[in-house]
Design a binder for this molecule. Structure first.
Ligand code: B3K
Ligand code: ZN
Length: 869
């Protein structure tokens, strides 16, 4: 396959501007007519032709200033059409260009461009989908004012696009139209069109300057009651952005449409967000607390993009983290304010450790601002998003909340209405800070996860500590530079007394590690001082800090930072699992169980922290603190630890379980924490045959989806008969609702059972399953590949082969989704040789496949090429 990578260094400003775009779109399932009128102006004094992107589009007609032009190159003005572009030879410096093309939404299964979701028309243009609708300079630095006329059959009552409706009316042949105008210049990736028959929820929001904004939420017919929470979340987000950042909404109307067929979570199109219905619909019966949380956070995320993304957008796609890292940070802060800071922080750290660290050590390793891209859709990654948000968080930590706000104000003052770069953001932040951010900005250009190592020794009451940093070479970058790393630190003795250093390198509990290493001393008569590192996960790094069990338990008891306290127990569990890997069948010492019992007693009334502390690190997280993982051995060790955990702590766990009263459902933080803790504990108790009844009772008495699913997940550790029975009950209750059924699909797909492939085949044949719907595919195949580690990594290679067979079919339909699910297969570096060989065999099959998408090609070819290093 010959594919060309684009490089960040090759950026050139656009050769033409397009000030206005007038679209006239007549909808038809297989023959939608798109007439686009563009006002074009040459930029600068060049004589280059105008090159527009167009992905397999026909030219029905093309006019310059109203006169038809052909592709006859003997004419003075003519065009040239290829599969991916339209080149127009025309010497005028300014002209009006009108192009008519036709597209087939019904045949668009990639869900990019204009497609049919169920019966509704909808669009997805980011990153490069607009070129599947019409010819355009499909790049984010071409900003235009759009006027869009949507024409459709009257059987499609709602015809929506960006901005404000300015005209509507009837047309012959049972058709009607609505004309929309968006006064804010925008890049084409923010264009949207939706047409269909929906239920509508309406509300209003009055901005702080007194403007009334109409809020409209469009959902599938009959789903109105499941939209209230999303709408209320939107209002909370609008208010929060005014309060915290002084940012107001800027149109008269804000619309959100929920659709069933969607490649990702949602899309921030100006004034017309399109959402995966999974992130809109929620009620107590069908949605878990996590679902409610996700709805609120995605609603907020897309809303926050209105400023960080839409008003100030990206100059080119290499700058994606400019809007995504920043907007994720904003939604994290919002969620922390709406719910709880601690559980949010833990949630995000889990994502970093499970997924981002894995990406950083794989062939797909890239800085948060990538240098080279074949398929842009492959770079909507945990690195760009989540590590990007961690980098923004470090600005916030270093500048303080006020300094950060000052920097943000400056950013908007300088760049409102522009398409800019990450450097522009850093420079706005620099203007608000006394620190020199030059070294800090390496976080944008350097990939890989730094490791911070802590060493200590003591001589005559003087404790010497050395912290050093090291970033290993990555697939994309051999040389690494020292980073500027803010590290929250506490120094405590075994009684919990806090100390500070002699040199004053620790200020306000923070130390800056901006050199290979830094050393400081502390005077203390104690034999041991314990360095408590990386409070609140102050930087996206790994820490190596050789602490014994007692020190970890002391951190849990005495550290001030709750994240460190949680993390100390996570480290302890990781240690125990390591013991069981090297000595299978050995027993964890009573001292450890006693320590954990104390911890439970200590936190009895803090169910939020307690709940999180009783979660054993996931298999995927454990992989990140190991090399050459033998999956079977690690899985068995983890499982053995969980079993010992339930037995040794049985009565404490039971006390916690019984100590949390069941109350009628309400989505409010205290209740959320209680349910979370109770369900975590239930999963431990479920491993004890004598407590199987608790699982069944919990399932039968649940008045909400959180407890229902908690019981169902716990049942996977009970007897097979119980698990099967509860799963069957669940399926018959919910088989009308595919979004709920996805939970059942996913739980089936993650069972490490002997007949897993028969199960997955059964799921794929389920009446509610269709390969065309990304939610279903992610629930079944995605869950298997990402989270059924035991069976995916089976040493006979059957898991890798099953996923590959599936991806070969899926790729022909939806390359974006296929490319996401191929990820675990490309991350072979962390596993033992026996796995690696088999994984690469399947990657080889993919690579040899004729017609492989460039999405999958990019990831697979990189993964195999990395091998040769
Ligand atoms: N900006 C979109 C993501 C688009 C993904 C394109 N493959 C959603 C978001 O981050 O808000
Ligand atoms: Zn986003």
């Amino acid at each position: 396959m010959s594919v060309q990578a684009k490089r960040r260094a090759d950026y050139l400003p656009p050769a033409f501007s397009i000030a206005t775009v007038d679209l006239h779109i007549t909808l038809h399932p297989t023959n939608t007519r798109v007439i686009s009128t563009l006002s074009i102006k040459r930029q600068g004094s060049h004589t280059d032709p105008l090159v527009l992107d167009g992905d397999n589009l026909p030219v029905n007609s093309l006019k310059i200033n109203g006169s038809a032009i052909s592709d006859d190159s003997n004419e003075a003005q003519f065009y040239e059409l290829t599969e991916s572009s339209l080149t127009l030879y025309c010497e005028l410096d300014a002209f009006e260009l009108t192009i008519e093309t036709t597209i087939s939404p019904e045949n668009n299964k990639a869900l990019e461009g204009l497609y049919l979701s169920g019966g509704a028309y909808c669009t997805q243009c980011e990153a490069e989908g607009f070129r599947r609708i019409t010819f355009f300079m499909d790049r984010p630095d071409v900003l235009s004012v759009y006027t869009v006329t949507v024409v459709g059959d009257k059987s499609i009552p709602m015809l929506l696009s960006n901005g404000n409706p300015v005209e509507k009316g009837e047309l012959p042949d049972n058709q009607h139209f609505v004309k929309w105008h968006d006064p804010h210049p925008k890049p084409c990736y923010l264009f949207a069109l939706v047409a269909g028959d929906f239920d509508l929820l309406c509300d209003t929001f009055t901005t702080k300057s007194g403007k009334d904004v109409a809020l409209e939420l469009y959902v599938d017919k009959g789903k109105k009651a499941q939209g209230d929470f999303a709408l209320a979340s939107l209002k909370r987000a609008m208010k929060w952005d005014e309060d915290v950042f002084g940012l107001e909404y800027d149109l008269d109307i804000y619309m959100i449409v929920a659709v069933d067929f969607f490649n990702m979570g949602a899309m921030e199109n100006k004034g017309l967000n399109v959402f995966n219905s999974k992130f809109v619909l929620a009620d107590q019966n069908s949605a878990t607390d996590d679902d409610f949380f996700n709805v609120e956070s995605v609603i907020a995320h897309e809303y926050f993009h209105n400023w960080t993304g839409n008003r100030v957008t990206c100059r080119d796609w290499f700058q994606l983290s400019l809007k995504e890292g920043l907007t994720v940070f904003r939604d994290q802060q919002f969620s922390a304010d709406m719910t709880s800071a601690l559980s949010n922080r833990i949630k995000h750290v889990r994502v970093m450790r499970e997924h981002q660290f894995a990406e950083d050590s794989s062939a797909m390793s890239h800085p948060i601002r990538p240098e080279e891209v074949i398929e842009m859709n492959n770079f909507y990654t945990v690195t760009v998003y989540d590590k990007g948000a961690e980098v923004i968080r470090m600005f916030h930590t270093l500048l303080g909340a006020d300094g950060f706000r000052k920097g943000m104000d400056e950013y908007f003052k300088r760049h409102d209405g522009q398409a800019v770069t990450c450097d522009d953001f850093v420079s706005a932040m620099q203007s608000a800070s006394k620190l020199d951010l030059t070294q800090f900005s390496r976080w944008y250009s350097q990939s890989g996860t730094p490791t911070v190592t802590v060493k200590q020794n003591v001589e005559q009451d003087v404790h010497t500590f050395t912290l050093s940093q090291y970033t290993a070479p990555t697939a994309d970058q051999a040389e690494k530079l020292d980073l500027y790393i803010p590290i929250n630190i506490e120094l405590i003795d075994s009684n919990g007394n806090h100390y500070t250093d002699n040199e004053g390198v620790i200020r306000d509990g923070m130390l800056i590690l901006n050199e290979p290493s830094i050393t400081f001393t502390v005077n203390a008569p104690e034999k041991t001082l314990i360095p408590v590192i990386l409070g609140n996960f102050s930087a996206p790094v790994k820490v190596e800090n050789a602490l014994d069990t007692l020190s970890l338990l002391t951190i849990f008891t005495h550290a001030r930072d709750p994240f460190n306290r949680w993390d100390a127990l996570q480290t302890l569990y990781d240690r125990c699992i390591k013991q069981l890997e090297s000595a299978p069948g050995s027993a964890i010492s009573d001292a450890i169980w006693d320590g954990i019992k104390q911890a439970i007693k200590h936190e009895k009334h803090n169910v939020e922290l307690l709940g999180e502390c009783l979660v054993i690190p996931s298999f995927e997280t454990l992989c990140q603190t190991r090399t050459g993982v033998k999956v079977g051995e690690l899985a068995r060790a983890r499982d053995a630890f969980c079993r010992q955990f339930s037995k040794a702590l049985k009565s404490e766990l039971l006390d916690v379980f019984n100590g949390i009263a069941r109350v009628p459902y309400n989505y409010e933080q205290t209740a959320v924490n209680q349910r979370r803790c109770k369900n975590v504990v239930l999963a431990h108790l479920a491993r004890l045959p004598e407590h199987e009844n608790l699982v069944v009772e919990h399932f039968e008495n649940a008045d909400n989806m959180t407890d229902t699913l908690g019981a169902l997940k716990s049942a996977q550790y009970s007897s097979k008969a119980t698990f099967d029975k509860l799963m069957t009950t669940f399926e018959s209750k919910w088989n009308h609702d595919p979004l709920v059924l996805d939970k059942w699909f996913a739980l089936h797909a993650t069972q490490p059972s002997e007949d897993i492939f028969a199960t997955i085949t059964m799921l794929c044949e389920h009446p509610q399953f269709t390969m065309g719907n990304p939610n279903r595919v992610r629930a079944v195949i995605g869950s298997f590949a990402f989270y059924n580690s035991e069976k995916f990594h089976a040493v006979d290679g059957s898991g890798y082969k099953y996923v590959t067979d599936y991806l070969l079919k899926l790729d022909a339909i939806n390359p974006q989704v296929a490319s996401r699910i191929v990820t675990p297969l490309t991350q072979w570096q962390g596993f033992a040789q026996e796995h690696q060989v088999l994984m690469k065999q399947q990657l080889g099959r993919l690579l040899n496949h004729k017609g492989l998408s460039k999405d999958v090609f990019e990831k697979v070819s990189k993964s195999l090429a990395y091998d040769k290093h």
